[in-house]
Design a protein around this ligand. Structure first.
Ligand SMILES: [Mg+2]
Length: 183
């Protein structure tokens, strides 16, 4: 059976980066990732920059794998998510959306820079997209440009993914199954 795609953002949903910095949320572990930006190396800054702190909940991998989706990274980490994030969560290596030139490039129409590439990647296949940065404009874009069902699920970056988020995602995946077998 062809499962829907689940586009996964890292910073916000999986890493609640905006939570109170002095208190790591329960169930989370701390990962420190060296910042290795070549441009900064040129200016000799990287050695002075502290590693990036990432909070991850090792339970989340197993939960995500049970939701009924095919998982796909949709994050500025791109392939680095497989190196740094997946092992902590207990996820296998996943496909990722390569944002190429549009990475972090703001659009004049206010649509998120990820939205177009995600719709293109899905190619009409049903998907859910978990992120902390979508807006109404992205929903409008998806409705206009994506033929299949598309769920934009917003997660608060102070909180990260919770039980009710997983339930909403699983319900969406299940609803697609139901409509396919009865319709
Ligand atoms: Mg994010």
């Amino acid at each position: 059976m062809n499962r829907p795609l689940l586009f996964l953002d890292v910073d916000g949903p999986l890493n609640p980066y905006a939570a109170k910095p002095e208190r790591r949320p329960d169930g989370y572990t701390t990962l420190r990732v060296p910042r290795n930006d070549a441009h900064e190396d040129d200016r000799g800054l990287s050695s002075r920059r502290r590693p990036l702190r990432v909070w991850l909940n090792p339970e989340h991998g197993r939960t995500l794998l049970r939701l009924g989706f095919e998982l796909c990274w949709a994050t500025t980490w791109m392939d680095d998510a497989n190196r740094w994030i997946a092992p902590v969560l207990g996820l296998p290596e996943l496909p990722f959306v390569d944002f190429g030139d549009v990475l972090l490039r703001e659009r004049p129409d206010g649509v998120h820079w990820k939205t177009g590439p995600l719709v293109d990647y899905a190619g009409g296949r049903p998907f859910a997209w978990v992120d902390d940065e979508q807006s109404e404009l992205d929903q409008t874009y998806v409705t206009a440009h994506h033929e299949g069902p598309g769920l934009l699920h917003h997660v608060n970056p102070r909180i990260g993914l919770r039980e009710n988020d997983f339930r909403a995602l699983a319900d969406f995946a299940r609803s697609l199954n139901t409509s396919r077998t009865t319709g």
